[in-house]
Design a protein around this ligand. Structure first.
Ligand code: ZN
Ligand code: ZN
Length: 176
């Protein structure tokens, strides 16, 4: 939550906000996320406009997760761009909002001059994450026979021939 009272409501007034906040829970996707409580560096500019407060800036945080192919731990960093207009709540149509329900409500509002960054941050981080995080771009994944990491042991073989159905699966995995 950011307090915008200092900013005032005169259109054109601006304020830079640099601060570090603890990451909320579940900031990311199941396989790759910002660890809860880890620092998120915010570098924001708040600008008062006619309808509310325009927030632009960046957020930087650490990422922890695992490779979608070989399940090795991944440590990475993420930097996302934030941009959102928070409308003054006294200008927002509460009837329409209540009728539509919060889930359909696309308008971010200021509640008592407080600005909730969490939904904005969450959307930006989720959008920026790869659909399938990999430990490296050409990660060969796991052997479908024994589960060994092929990166560690790319040439190992098995006596039994690979079942053609498994071979097909392997092909599908490599295509992703
Ligand atoms: Zn991998
Ligand atoms: Zn194997």
């Amino acid at each position: 939550m950011l307090d915008t009272r200092e900013l005032g409501r005169r259109p054109g007034s601006q304020r830079e906000v640099t601060r570090t906040v603890p990451a909320p829970a579940e900031l990311g996707i199941e396989i790759l996320a910002v660890p809860e409580g880890s620092p998120v560096d915010l570098d924001l500019r708040l600008e008062a406009v006619m309808e509310g407060v325009l927030v632009t800036g960046t957020a930087r945080a650490a990422l922890e997760g695992e490779c979608a192919r070989c399940l090795e731990p991944i440590s990475d960093e993420i930097e996302v761009t934030l941009q959102e207009l928070y409308v003054y709540d006294d200008r927002h149509d509460h009837h329409e909002r209540n009728a539509g329900g919060d889930a359909d409500d696309e308008v971010s509002t200021l509640e008592d001059d407080l600005l909730d960054l969490e939904p904005l941050l969450r959307d930006a981080v989720v959008l920026a994450l790869p659909f399938q995080p990999l430990c490296r771009d050409d990660c060969p994944g796991l052997c479908t026979e024994c589960g060994a990491r092929l990166a560690d042991d790319p040439d190992h073989t098995h006596d039994a021939p690979i079942d053609p159905r498994w071979a097909k699966l392997t092909g599908l995995q490599q295509d992703q």
